[in-house]
Design a protein around this ligand. Sequence first.
Ligand code: ATP
Length: 201
Amino acid sequence: MYVVGLTGGIASGKTTVAALIAAQGINLVDADIVAREVVAIGSDGLKQISTHFGEQILQDDGSLNRALLRDTIFSNNANKQWLNHLLHPMIRAELLAQLAASNSPYTLLVVPLLVENKLTTLCDHVLVVDVEEQVQITRTIARDNVSVQQVKAILQSQATREQRLAAADSVVVNNGRQQLTSDVAVLHQKFLELATAGMAD
Ligand code: ATP
């Protein structure tokens, strides 16, 4: 099992890069999807959350009221810690299970907060998608229809560009789609070689 971790700040181009790599027949494991799975209806995670915070944390259909949970942990550090202690080990275990079940030459582990949540330990190689902050701001506003202030607040809550780059084994700059496509093709070949050689960086 050879794991390439893919990370980058908001709107840096992770989804775009992941799609290019998936098109080469490489399996993806997506931390955002796993984070939703561990609190899906019927999950142990959701049961523990509703026991701890009360049934009012659920919506009428029994699913998690994410907005309410976000408010609950935003205003209370103890709640935030309790939730992180519950979910982080569950997410980590599920990521490991999905990685172990993957059978492509290497597996791409897509984690927006790879550096922040110290999930680099699951990776043999870390690929960072890098762009200027101004580009992140412009692309987020165009995609999500949010204000400059809202994007800046999200940027503030994430690792800095420097912190992310310090954790990188490879960097791909996403200034243009054409250049990105050819750079990712080169990186894919490099990952195949590293995986075959079984080399961790
Ligand atoms: P997030 O973590 O915020 O979900 P992401 O890192 O997965 O974002 P993408 O969704 O791949 O980033 O890209 C962000 C937005 O920027 C998308 O709307 C995408 O279409 C656009 N985009 C990505 N790459 C480029 C590019 N090279 N030129 C122009 N627009 C781009």
